[in-house]
Ligand binder design. Structure first.
Ligand code: PEP
Ligand code: MG
Length: 323
């Protein structure tokens, strides 16, 4: 399949109406990095740092992590890499972490909640990132932020880490951009200041969708029951887009849906200009975006919603089939 789309690699994901969508890839291991070149991705929109913690038998040391992150940046050849701080708990349990007996781990002690309660590991990881990025830009994002104060606290810890590095006389990244992942519906209603504080926002659609519909992403029985292409969910995503636009903060959608061509083209029609997906999806998504007039698709979606249609999938697929 990669071969089939190879001809598209250096072409932009530009729609027939002239809108360009930036396609980024998701990664989590060094082995993923060669895909950056092969897929033609603009950068890594989501680097899941927990994978490197999961494949070890002990908490990695700061020096070891800094080296790893530095290799990641080297392999990215100047393209941006958005490092997401540890998202452990829920479906990602570290072998050397005391198992938590939680009835609902996905809604439990995970991600930034762990980072803010046990700041040692978060600080160590942030220092490793800062050291790895000396002399180049650094993008850091915090996962599973459910309240503005959590972002503020994580932001403060990051700034303290920067100050500490400066005090120690270490070099600095040339630029530091700080982002939050929106994975809970609460953040769509966060104060405007939250959006203004963020340099970028990334929607974690896998989690956001499970909490929007209250349907466990790991539970085969209910996982596919609710469709991404439903009017309520798309309307909700539009609200987040509007909040980001109001604060002029760039937003990307990362999560499995961004790599599904029909979903991806729908997100683009709603107004998303950045999507991050597994590398193998970049070709198929780009192929479809280049064949579609996003404004016309948008008009179809709006019209169907005005007519009170909730399940938009048949509307969208039928329209796409006629293009
Ligand atoms: C998501 O929730 O959509 C996401 C990108 O993060 P993860 O799948 O790692 O939870
Ligand atoms: Mg998530």
């Amino acid at each position: 399949a990669q071969k089939r789309y190879a001809g598209l690699r250096d072409l932009p994901a530009a729609s027939l109406c002239g809108e360009t969508v930036q396609l980024y890839m998701n990664a989590g291991l060094m082995a993923d990095l060669p895909s950056l070149q092969n897929s033609g991705a603009e950068g890594v929109g989501l680097f899941r740092t927990e994978l490197q913690f999961l494949t070890r038998t002990h908490v990695p040391r700061r020096r070891e992590l800094a080296q790893l992150y530095s290799h990641v940046l080297d392999s990215a050849l100047g393209r941006p890499v958005m490092f997401r701080t540890l998202d452990i708990g829920s479906d990602k349990v570290l072998p050397y972490m005391k198992p938590q007996d939680e009835p609902n781990p996905a809604m439990g002690w995970r991600a930034i909640r762990v980072g803010l309660d046990k700041t040692g590991v978060l600080k160590m990881q942030l220092q490793a990132l800062i050291r790895a990025a000396v002399g180049r830009p650094l993008y850091v994002m915090f996962p599973f932020v459910a309240e503005m104060s959590e972002f503020e606290d994580a932001y403060r810890i990051l700034m303290e880490s920067v100050a500490r590095e400066q005090r120690l006389g270490h070099g600095m990244p040339t630029d530091l951009r700080v982002g939050a992942m929106i994975e809970t519906p609460s953040m769509a209603y966060a104060p405007k200041r939250f959006f203004e504080m963020c340099d970028f926002i990334s929607i974690g659609g896998n989690d956001l969708k499970q909490f929007f519909f209250a349907a466990d992403r790991e539970n085969e029985r209910v996982r596919r029951r609710y469709d991404t292409l439903s009017a309520p969910y798309l309307t909700f995503l539009e609200l987040i887009l509007a909040r980001c636009a109001e604060a002029e903060v760039p937003v990307s959608f990362c999560g499995e849906d961004a790599g599904r061509p029909i979903e991806a083209v729908t997100f683009a029609a709603l107004g998303f200009r950045r999507l991050s997906m597994r590398p193998a999806s970049i070709g198929p998504v780009k192929h479809l975006i280049r064949r579609v007039n996003l404004q016309a698709l948008r008009a179809q979606i709006d019209d169907a919603r005005d007519r009170g249609i909730s399940n938009l999938r048949p509307v969208i697929t039928d329209w796409l089939a006629r293009q």
